[in-house]
Design a protein. Structure first.
Length: 381
């Protein structure tokens, strides 16, 4: 919105945004198509991103981050949306980093975080399994203690960065007789183990350049000091406590997508002619865009409220769930309506609206499906 500025933005965020935008335009945009064909981006681009500060901007400086607030992280997701770059799985890197910041031992923080900030480590969080997704407590992947090691056996599916990751946070059952209390988060470095393998990047309907993989564990031996926080049975609580932040990351992308959908569609309809006038001159076009712009702005104001609450340490699970559910549902709805305004061109990948349409759909599914969000909101009624 022209006369509105997000209240959490400072001049430092503006300077950072300028650098992020320039980096994405020069280093990422030229490779979008190649990454989509390969199903992943190469590690060297993670290193480049780390060099200019795109990774872990809100991780404390003593662990290699820039010590900023969540707003810096948000700027990166907004700029990736603006440029239609979906290959870079930095959101997952940020999520894993914050598990370590919040729950890791000092030794774990020193060992993993600085290399995550440089891009040397690419991380995944492996929760979902072929047999269970929404019902996280039902995971079956086992970590059996054997002396100073765990032996991990099981499989995971739909794991973002799974193809590239060289540090994976595996959600395991250390006590299969318990549900939540039996879950632990065990970190694994694929280069240091045997018995680990990964499938090819899965072929998706959108976000084609972002790698999404199956992972297989067959008696993978990991030192016991790799369990997050050094204590077994805390995994479910560690995951749950960080969920508001993860859901907000998804909502940030959703609102940025909505704003850009309205921007690119307005530009398009103002130059496309039909029946001797521009598409913009039809009342239906103006009304559609007026509604979309209104909804994008409602999303923005609510999102800004949530970002401020998060920065103040006050964002609760219900508000985060509302933001994730509502913003992603509207994102998908706006992409669909604005694609229609493009006619046949909207179905062609040369036009940004086609990317917004294809890339956005999964936002209603991952990070806790929107039905699960409504379950959580429902519990507060
Ligand atoms: C591109 C992509 C990236 C992903 N990245 C990751 C990742 O990095 N790490 C990871 O661990 N996972 C990841 N996932 C997995 C994702 O989080 C799951 O797909 C999601 O949680 C849903 O689980 P499911 O697919 O098993 O669906 P299911 O749990 O089988 O659900 C199917 C349907 O039933 C509904 N449903 C389930 N339970 C209920 C209920 N109690 N009430 C009402 N409706 C319900 C769901 O909402 C959904 O509509 C990714 C998925 C995709 C597609």
């Amino acid at each position: 919105m022209e006369n509105y500025r997000s209240p959490w933005l400072t001049p430092d965020h503006d300077i950072y945004r300028e650098a992020v935008r320039k980096f994405i335009e020069t280093e990422f945009v030229p490779h979008r198509e190649r990454w989509a064909e390969r199903g992943h981006m190469e590690h060297e681009y993670w290193l480049k991103a780390g060099e200019v500060g795109l990774l872990c901007p809100d991780v404390p400086e003593e662990y290699g981050g820039a010590g900023g607030d969540f707003g810096f992280d948000a700027v990166v997701y907004e700029e990736l949306q603006r440029a239609c770059v979906s290959a870079f799985g930095s959101g997952i890197q940020s999520i894993v980093a914050h598990y370590i910041v919040r729950y890791g031992t000092e030794e774990q923080k020193q060992r993993w975080l600085p290399k995550m900030a440089t891009g040397e480590f690419i991380t995944s969080i492996a929760m979902t399994e072929p047999g269970t997704g929404s019902d996280l407590q039902a995971v079956k992947t086992r970590a059996v203690r054997d002396g100073d090691e765990y032996s991990i056996t099981g499989s995971k599916i739909f794991i973002t960065n799974g193809y590239n990751a060289n540090l994976i946070c595996v959600v395991c059952k250390t006590d299969p007789s318990a549900r939540a209390k039996g879950i632990s988060l065990v970190f694994m470095e694929p280069d240091k183990v045997t018995g680990f393998s990964r499938g090819k990047p899965l072929k998706k309907i959108g976000m084609k350049g972002q790698d999404t993989c199956e992972l297989f564990f067959d008696n993978v031996r990991v030192p016991v000091e790799n369990v997050l926080g050094g204590v077994e049975g805390q995994g479910f609580y560690q995951l749950m406590n960080q969920l508001p932040r993860e859901r907000l990351i998804i909502a940030v992308s959703a609102v940025a997508a909505m704003e850009n959908i309205v921007r690119v569609t307005t530009d398009y309809v103002k130059q496309r002619q039909a029946f001797g006038q521009t598409l913009f001159d039809f009342q239906n076009t103006k009304f559609t865009l007026a509604e979309c712009k209104t909804e994008a702005f409602i999303g923005r104001v609510f999102l800004d409220h949530c970002i401020q609450a998060l920065n103040a340490g006050e964002l609760d699970s219900v508000r985060a769930s509302m933001a994730k559910y509502w913003c992603t549902e509207k994102q998908v709805e706006l992409a669909n309506r604005c694609l229609q305004l493009h006619g046949g061109y909207g179905y062609i990948m040369d036009y940004p609206i086609a990317h917004f349409f294809a890339d956005g759909r999964v936002q209603m599914i991952y990070g806790g499906s929107n039905e699960i969000m409504k379950e959580l909101i429902g519990r507060s009624l």
